[in-house]
Design a protein around this ligand. Structure first.
Ligand SMILES: [Zn+2]
Length: 1008
């Protein structure tokens, strides 16, 4: 601290002699304006709270004084980064608005609200002149963002580039336990508004810095509550932040594909609305500053290579600048790969901008603490020549120094090269528009006759949220499809081809009816549409062995709707109109005593059941035809509701009701609006949060309760028909679900509203002590609930839990060491189409899988089902004859070997005669588990992503319905409800719920 303050004073004195302050290398020196007074008291505190002289820089080791503009102290009562101080979002906003009042260089904008109704803001800081002509400037940037508006004219673009002011968008605290950004950004806004040093002035005059200081506002307020609780109970353990936003925690930074959370939508609208060039998201989990945009491969395949170069340029320069300041631990290469486009920053990457992300070092609060690093964190590597210290006292101020120094040097470098970056911004947009002639495809088409029209609509709505232009054909059209090349290894096919050499391959075409949706690729935001709708392949041989996130996400597959990738340029000439709004269009046709709503496995059907609570709805157990229309199994037969009410309900949901002359002559059963208990643990609420979000957005009501609450309900069957226990995630074991967090020692961990924690509960759950789990009493109640006729629905780890507590006799679950299915899209097959769980599904279904578990079935109680390891092999034992001959025994006539009872991998092996001898362990046929869906064969297993060693799960059951007493447990190996992306498999869950008391419909028991 001494050294650098003295050094900067000397530098300033020197600079005065040879003004302007330009260094020999031609760049503006990062030093203060000696004519501008320093806020001495504030500066002294900066020095005091910075724990080592190298943990700061000439850019942030002082604070310029202002007579009219308040410093962050006005709201915080101390300086930014002071120990013990974490402001609520409201206080951060209050300060930003004080700045706005005091300085013409600051403007605050509301950008929307959160799920819990809290405001989100964006703060623009720039010169007074720039802020006055924001709209005019936005119009220039909009032309660069959409080169069609200037006829793709590069010379015209150059004119705009020469005069436009770029927008650099910074977002803070999306991850609530990463607490430092708000104070860093408060002080940054002050510096940008007040500092007269040439270095800062250039940034202010040259560009607009746009700041959202708190992205996860709901989670921020909870985190500040917890920190306050910790301050007033300094000797106690404090509760972990179990809820961040209303629905999800850390995954709020994985929503940039589906755009299901408000925070994603608000930031996306702001980024695109401002025509910003950069989206720079702040995180705190790596010492001391990891600019992870360079990261590691594989890079997302759909980004423009220009962007990859920009990551390198800005990242390398960032490291260089901070290294010159003597700050340790700054690097840009690391283990983060940029494959998945789900991160918030990727909004920029997929909309022709520059995505950036910092990991700085936070203490998860504002305590100053001694921090000890792992060897891999402090080792000196080729990309980290000046690594972090193995052990250091670390403060929130240190973190704020790094965040601000990194940002200021980035802003300055960006401004110095703004014409280059603005031109790149234009070029990336232009190249997006040129996609059809360049790499392709030309368009994606979603047919007008899609049976799952409501899911098609939802997919189009995601596209619309992503600002993708959607068109609709006004006439039928035909496109040529590319001929798939034959694989060389396919010898038979080659031989066959040789045989009919003269035959040319038949040209394949596809016809689409009028009204089909066309997503043209000659538009500025073609990249995001392509990235979401295309297929992904992650090679098992990829040098990157630890994918950072999901490896596959193909939206058409996961939504269960048809999407055709078209490479035929003729599609662009099809008669079409732009669609301004994607709205549901349903309703009732005809007049009659009974209405049929076809079942195509759409979640909207469940919405209809709960909307029309008083109506009588039956499900057809067989398919039928009426007036030429084919109705599938599970079709809703609706009575006892007026035509008008049904018309309104179906119209809003996009469903179609058809009047029938009379009830069809097929077996039916009642579809009831099941009473649902929805259970979460106090271990983690993230993975279940996505299920909650899905239930809420569909309109399926439930009682939300923890395992603790469930355990206290005496007669679960009296209150509920269905208990939904979604995945817990984060390697939660059965033991942890039952025992909870350690409670043999330590203090209670309350999650409830108190004077210190007024925001904690929000619209979620509360408890006096987070530690207890379900407990053994709870286990007993759950078992009783199922035995008495209830339905327990579980997935992945909660399926393992259900099996561990003895529910689901005949099903076993295993993990495979060899298998690596990292968040991938897999093929599945319907095994039992007559089960209500399969209603509306066709034979092939795409599912999301993250390494299983691998289910196997057995017909003996307590037995583990056989597992298939690797690929199938057929060999006979060593002996006489050819491979398919029988062996012999010398000196004995041959005997007939009893036929081996054959069964499929997903089935339980048939009971053998030996097992039937005193066979008290043989599960009676009516009690055996029923496989509804299974994973596809190994060859057809992978649809998108990485599936290494997939043979271990291929053909194994994916969804099983196990009868238990009078009830059922339905077990999922897949996660059917995930990140708003897997909407095609939601109906598996909803079908089970709506048919909870008729799950045995269509069941065919084995004979023995
Ligand atoms: Zn983070």
């Amino acid at each position: 601290m001494k050294r650098s303050l003295l050094a900067s004073l000397l530098l300033c004195a020197f600079a005065l002699l040879c003004a302007p302050m330009v260094r020999a290398d031609g760049e503006t020196a990062p030093s203060r304006d000696p004519k501008q007074p320093v806020d001495e008291a504030y500066t002294a505190k900066i020095k005091k709270y910075t724990t080592q002289p190298t943990f700061t820089s000439p850019l942030v080791e002082y604070l310029p004084a202002s007579k009219s503009v308040p410093t962050p102290e006005a709201v915080l009562g101390d300086i930014a980064g002071a120990p013990g101080i974490l402001p609520y979002a409201e206080d951060v906003y209050k300060y930003m608005r004080l700045l706005e009042q005091a300085s013409p260089r600051v403007k605050v904008f509301t950008i929307g609200t959160t799920e819990e109704g809290r405001e989100m803001i964006a703060v623009a800081v720039s010169s007074e002149e720039n802020l006055k002509k924001l709209d005019e400037n936005r119009a220039s940037l909009a032309k660069l963002a959409d080169p069609r508006t200037i006829q793709m004219n590069d010379a015209e673009a150059d004119k705009l580039v020469a005069q436009a002011v770029p927008v650099y968008y910074i977002t803070g605290t999306i991850h609530s336990p990463e607490t430092g950004a708000p104070t860093a950004l408060m002080e940054l806004a002050y510096r940008l508004a007040v500092d007269e040093s040439p270095y800062i002035r250039e940034i202010r005059d040259g560009m607009v810095t746009l700041i959202t200081p708190v992205v996860e506002v709901d989670g921020r307020d909870r985190m500040v509550d917890l920190y306050k609780w910790h301050l007033s109970h300094p000797k106690e353990f404090f509760p972990p932040l179990i809820y961040w936003g209303k629905y999800v925690a850390h995954d709020n930074n994985r929503d940039a594909m589906g755009v299901t959370l408000k925070l994603t939508e608000n930031v996306l609208n702001t980024y695109v609305g401002w025509k910003a060039q950069v989206l720079h998201d702040l995180h705190e989990s790596v010492p001391y500053l990891y600019d992870n945009t360079v990261g590691d491969g594989p890079y997302n395949a759909w980004i423009d290579p220009i962007l990859a170069d920009e990551w390198q340029m800005i990242g390398a320069r960032n490291v260089a600048d901070l290294t010159k300041f003597g700050m340790p631990g700054v690097f840009t290469h690391g283990d983060f790969d940029t494959w998945s486009p789900g991160y918030l920053m990727f909004i920029a990457a997929m909309h022709n901008g520059i995505s950036r992300l910092y990991e700085t070092f936070g203490n998860g609060g504002a305590d100053t603490e001694e921090r000890t690093l792992d060897p891999q964190e402090y080792s000196r590597t080729w990309y980290r020549q000046n690594p972090p210290l193995p052990k250091a006292l670390w403060s929130q101020r240190d973190n704020n120094n790094y965040e601000q120094t990194g940002l200021l040097t980035s802003l300055h470098y960006f401004n110095e090269n703004k014409q280059l970056f603005l031109k790149n911004f234009y070029l990336k947009a232009k190249r997006s528009i040129e996609k059809p002639q360049a790499e392709g495809p030309v368009a994606y088409v979603l047919p007008a006759d899609e049976p799952r029209s409501t899911l098609q609509l939802e997919l189009l709505q995601v596209m619309a949220k992503q600002k993708v232009e959607i068109s609709r054909s006004t006439a039928a059209f035909t496109v040529a499809l590319p001929v798939k090349k034959e694989k060389k290894a396919d010898k038979k096919a080659t031989e066959k081809k040789d045989a009919d050499k003269d035959k040319k391959p038949e040209p394949t075409t596809k016809e689409f009816p009028a009204g089909s949706y066309i997503i043209r690729m000659d538009q500025p935001y073609s990249r995001i549409a392509d990235a979401l709708l295309d297929y992904q392949f992650w090679s098992p041989e990829d040098p990157q062995k630890t994918p950072y996130d999901d490896t596959g996400w193909t939206f058409g597959e996961l939504f269960g709707v048809q999407v055709t990738r078209v490479t035929d340029p003729k599609v662009l000439n099809v008669a079409m109109e732009r669609v301004s709004e994607v709205k549901p269009a349903g309703g009732v046709k005809g007049e009659g005593p009974i209405f049929a709503v076809n079942n195509n496995a759409e979640p909207a059907l469940a919405a209809l059941r709960y909307k029309l609570r008083d109506a009588s709805i039956e499900a057809a157990e067989e398919a039928f035809e009426s007036n030429g229309t084919k109705f599938h199994r599970g079709t809703f037969l609706v009575k006892g509701v007026s035509r008008g009410d049904l018309d309104r309900a179906t119209a809003g949901l996009g469903l179609h009701g058809v009047a029938l002359a009379g009830a069809p002559s097929v077996k039916t059963h009642a579809v009831k609006a099941a009473r649902i208990a929805y259970v979460h643990t106090w271990l983690s609420t993230q993975t279940e949060g996505w299920w909650r979000l899905a239930f809420d957005s569909i309109g399926v009501p439930y009682d939300y309760m923890s395992t603790q609450t469930l355990a206290k309900i005496d007669d679960l069957n009296a209150k509920y028909d269905v208990i939904v226990f979604p995945p817990v995630g984060f390697s939660a074991s059965t033991t942890m679900m039952i025992n909870g967090l350690p409670s043999e020692w330590g203090n209670p961990l309350p999650w409830k509203n108190t004077l210190e924690t007024p925001n904690l509960v929000g619209k979620n759950d509360s408890t006096d002590d987070m530690r207890p789990g379900l407990g053994w009493e709870g286990v007993a109640k759950l078992q009783k609930f199922v035995h008495n006729g209830g339905l327990l629905l579980t997935a992945t780890d909660t399926s393992q839990f259900a099996l561990s507590i003895g529910l689901g006799e005949g099903v076993s679950a295993a993990r495979s060491d060899k298998m690596k299915i990292v968040g991938a899209v897999l093929g599945a097959r319907t095994v039992d189409e007559s089960s209500p769980i399969a209603y509306g599904y066709s034979e092939k279904v795409s599912v999301y899988c993250d390494n299983g578990p691998v289910f196997s079935l057995a017909s003996l109680a307590g037995a583990r089902g056989r597992r298939r390891l690797g690929e199938e092999t057929h060999t006979r034992p060593t002996g006489r004859g050819t491979a398919d001959d029988p062996d012999f025994v010398v000196g004995r006539p041959g005997v007939e070997v009893p036929e081996d009872a054959k069964s499929e991998i997903w089935e339980a092996p048939p009971v053998t005669d030996e097992q039937k001898r005193n066979g008290f362990r043989v599960i009676p046929p009516a009690n055996r588990p029923r496989v509804i869906f299974r994973y596809a064969d190994a060859k057809e297993l992978l649809i998108s992503g990485l599936a290494e060693g997939g043979g271990d799960i291929a053909q194994h059951p994916a969804v099983v319905d196990a009868p238990v007493g009078k009830g059922h447990v339905v077990l999922f190996s897949i996660n059917p409800v995930y990140r708003g992306e897997t909407r095609g498999t939601y109906a598996m869950v909803l079908n089970a719920i709506l048919n909870f008391d008729s799950l045995n419909a269509g069941r065919k028991d084995p004979e023995k």
